[in-house]
Design a protein around this ligand. Structure first.
Ligand SMILES: C[S@@+](CC[C@H](N)C(=O)[O-])C[C@H]1O[C@@H](n2cnc3c(N)ncnc32)[C@H](O)[C@@H]1O
Length: 282
């Protein structure tokens, strides 16, 4: 039985049938705290129903992927690179309870992890996550990051970053934060293709919004995921990137001012820490 099956089953067991035949939860303390509206039992039951539906849909997405040639092919090309990964961080997944694309992306990363036998929890952050999404991730045994680092995560251990269709400024910030050969060697990135970013944007804008991607494109090996999945808009333009041993020792590669990236308000693609704080206080 898969992990997601087990969680769905556990939720099923928590439901008891009342005298009038309605399902009612045995213990609702956890879920109750996750419901914003003090709307009573109807809200709690609705939240439980939504979570059960989400888990079922996720389970279907995982089994769909596990039977696909797409996943088989991906694993053949990326599994060797993922050996030794000790941390999994996922940013920019989006609202996976409502959005099929995000749900398949979540299913994908969970399948990749299980099929490559990585014994690690995922750490998820997206400022748009709703409380039911946070609860669902917890129910699945994943963890949630609470601080909006805008992608500036420094890593000391080999880490797989899954940033599906994430703003390029997040990738840029992540590269800046780890811009040292020893640290970048720990960064494995599954995100939009660096080559596409560089080829599809004018140099002037790249220097402002993606200067570190511009530098990284020649330093990283890129393994494109062949987009053969039956839904074409879930994994399009996605590649695995990892530091290439050949280039890191070349002279001049690391000689640049490691200035922290800064973006004009009107160019901002990511949701900044400031923006979230302003939203909270208005
Ligand atoms: C283009 S959407 C991609 C959503 C989904 N993964 C997809 O492929 O449809 C970009 C996502 O990045 C998220 N995002 C924006 N700023 C972020 C930040 N500071 N940290 C993490 N995620 C962020 C947005 O909330 C959004 O869900």
């Amino acid at each position: 039985m898969s992990e997601v099956d087990t969680v769905a089953k556990e939720l099923e067991f928590k439901l008891v049938v009342t005298k009038n035949g309605k399902h009612r939860p045995k213990s609702r303390n956890k879920l109750q705290s996750s419901v914003h509206n003090i709307g009573g039992q109807v809200c709690v039951e609705r939240a439980e129903f939504c979570q059960k539906t989400a888990l079922t849909q996720l389970q279907q997405a995982e089994s769909d992927l596990l039977q696909s040639e797409f996943l088989r092919e991906c694993l053949a090309s990326i599994a060797p690179i993922l050996a030794g990964v000790e941390q999994l961080i996922c940013l920019g997944l989006g609202n996976f309870l409502d959005c099929t694309i995000a749900r398949y992306q979540l299913a994908f990363i969970r399948c990749v992890r299980s099929q490559t036998n990585l014994p690690i929890k995922g750490q998820f952050f997206d400022p748009v996550f709703t409380q039911p999404e946070v609860d669902t991730l917890h129910a699945l045994g994943e963890s949630i990051l609470h601080e909006n680092l805008e992608g500036k995560h420094a890593v000391e251990r080999k880490t797989l970053f899954f940033l599906p269709h994430c703003p390029k400024q997040i990738v840029n910030n992540l590269l800046w934060k780890n811009w040292h050969p020893d640290r970048l060697a720990n960064v494995v990135l599954l995100c939009n293709s660096f080559n596409t970013v560089v080829n599809n944007n004018p140099d002037r804008l790249l220097r402002v919004n993606a200067g570190y991607i511009l530098r990284a494109v020649d330093l990283f090996q890129e393994v494109p995921l062949r987009n053969t999945f039956r839904f074409g808009d879930v994994f399009n333009d996605t590649s695995l990137h990892y530091l290439s041993d050949e280039r890191t020792s070349e002279q001049g590669v690391w000689d640049c001012s490691n200035e922290e990236p800064w973006y004009e308000e009107e160019d901002l693609e990511l949701i900044s820490k400031d923006k979230v704080e302003r939203l909270v206080f208005v």
